[in-house]
Design a protein around this ligand. Structure first.
Ligand code: CTP
Ligand SMILES: C[C@](O)(CO)[C@H](O)COP(=O)(O)O
Length: 251
């Protein structure tokens, strides 16, 4: 029996996968996480990407509320690593609410939580492992991110289609485009979600909530293939990445 009070023991890691979004920017069709890439639902790719890490012992999928049964069936129907446990819970109206639902389902004994978008189905396992390692190393919040290729302008948002005045050009070398999985000390992430629930503020990622607590957040290198499938062109890129993997790795 492992000694639960032994602080030198690696803390168990769970991955929460918010998958309850509609995918409005992708266009009409099934909920985004259930759309297929190379014939397999995007969600299954994302679950496999998390379960590929030997650090991850539990995957919690946050399903569209009306689709939790379908998601359970999908998990049963696809070959997934047996050393990992899987749970499905219904999601909420926002990503933030869906992640909170996933956190609420975590059992005792989980000390590290990864939050990973179902919409980033192709993240390589090395990126997942790098995030876990940084949390195990003592960082309460870790985000994978990439430097930007484009110059970014801050604007005064205007009416759709109207020219928008530029307010500033942030220095690009200090900017990073943030991906998932983001990794957290469980207690810190739970506190961050409780704080935004009370304040009513929204946040587009989980690390942003931890920043508001004043806790440190660090960046580790992300990966180009961890891009988010958001718009139709992203589906074309995802299929191309999978075709290249099939040609070079045989899967
Ligand atoms: N109520 C919501 C909204 C989003 N998500 C999840 O959060 C991740 C990132 O969200 P995004 O890519 O923006 O997905 P959607 O909200 O589905 O996209 P859109 O804004 O185009 O509708 C996705 O895996 C999505 O399923 C979720 O679990 N619950
Ligand atoms: C969490 C995230 O993927 C980090 O880039 C992103 O913020 C999600 O934003 P979205 O508006 O829900 O796509």
């Amino acid at each position: 029996m492992p000694d639960e009070s032994d602080e030198s023991r690696p803390r168990r890691t769970a991955a929460v996968i918010p998958a309850a979004g509609r995918g409005v920017r992708l266009g009409p069709g099934a909920p985004k996480a259930l759309r297929t890439l190379n014939g397999t639902p995007m969600l299954i790719h994302a679950v496999r990407a998390m379960a590929a890490s030997r650090a991850v012992s539990l995957v919690v999928v946050v399903a569209p509320p009306e689709g939790a049964g379908e998601v359970k069936n999908l998990l049963d129907a696809h070959a997934l690593p047996e050393r990992t446990d899987y749970l499905v819970v219904p999601g909420g109206d926002t990503r933030q609410e869906s992640v909170r639902a996933g956190l609420g389902a975590l059992p005792e004994g989980i000390g590290i939580v990864l939050v990973h978008d179902a919409a980033r189905p192709l993240v390589p396992v090395d990126t997942v492992d790098a995030v876990v390692e940084a949390v195990r190393g003592g960082a309460p919040a870790v985000v994978p991110a990439l430097p930007l290729a484009d110059t970014v302008k801050e604007v005064e948002p205007g009416a759709k289609g109207e020219p928008e005045p530029v307010l500033a050009t942030p220095e690009r070398s200090r900017l990073r485009a943030v991906q998932t999985p983001q990794g957290f000390d469980r207690a810190t992430l739970v506190r961050a979600h409780e704080a935004v629930e009370v304040s009513g503020e929204g946040a587009t990622d989980d690390a942003g909530m931890v920043e508001r607590l004043g806790a440190p957040v660090v960046v580790v290198p992300g990966h180009e293939e961890a891009f988010k499938v958001t718009r139709p062109l992203d589906l074309v890129l995802a299929e191309a990445v999978l075709a290249r993997r099939r040609a070079t790795d045989g899967f």
